[in-house]
Design a protein around this ligand. Structure first.
Ligand code: GRF
Length: 187
């Protein structure tokens, strides 16, 4: 049996990226095993995937950042987590937390970084009339959406494209590149 890296996925919402990572992680050769899911939102739909696959999960309020991160660290240590993926996790982690985990936190962002960092990505992409948007998997650094890029996928913005259609199209690619990026960092 391949020794898989014990990993935690952080979510805040739908968890479709979480679902795709869990599904891929069941592959014998996938480098990580999802042993914990952390959500900062108690009603996050994505928690259903943790339940479905019997993966332990924790819900910690992030209203107070210090106590949120303290709770996370306790749990991450308890579960011997060595790798973290942020997947639709809508909270900025502190420098201290990021330093604690070195180069072991990945994030996915729905644009071709460095373009359109932050929120309302699709709206801004459409407004700026760019021909392509896409998604990026990158290491998490102290500056939001600015860490080293691991993998990107370009998506054509078609005539009549709406925020919703673009979001759907990009999300489909996100599900492919997140796992591909995870494989590549452990190669
Ligand atoms: C994705 O578009 C991701 O890039 C962004 O938030 C969205 C989360 O989607 N950070 P989901 O919760 O994985 O379905």
């Amino acid at each position: 049996m391949v020794k898989k890296i014990r990993s935690c996925i952080f979510i805040s919402g739908n968890g479709s990226n979480l679902n795709s990572i869990i599904t891929n992680s069941r592959d014998y050769n996938f480098p990580i095993k999802v042993v914990l899911v952390i959500s900062n939102k108690k009603n996050a739909f994505g928690l259903n995937f943790a339940k479905k696959y019997n993966i332990p999960y924790k819900i910690f309020s992030s209203i107070n950042q210090n106590s949120f991160e303290r709770n996370c660290i306790i749990e991450l240590k308890k579960k011997k987590i060595k790798f973290i993926c942020l997947a639709g996790f809508m909270k900025i982690l502190s420098k201290k937390f990021i330093d604690n985990f070195g180069n072991k936190i990945l994030n996915i962002h729905p644009s071709l970084l460095p373009k359109f960092k932050g929120t309302n990505t699709h709206k801004r992409a459409l407004k700026s009339n760019v021909k392509y948007s896409g998604c990026t998997v990158h290491y998490v650094s102290q500056k939001v959406d600015s860490g080293n890029i691991i993998l990107q996928k370009k998506v054509l913005i078609e005539k009549g494209e709406t925020e919703n259609s673009l979001k759907k199209k990009i999300l489909k690619q996100e599900h492919l590149i997140y796992s591909k990026a995870i494989r590549s960092v452990f190669r």
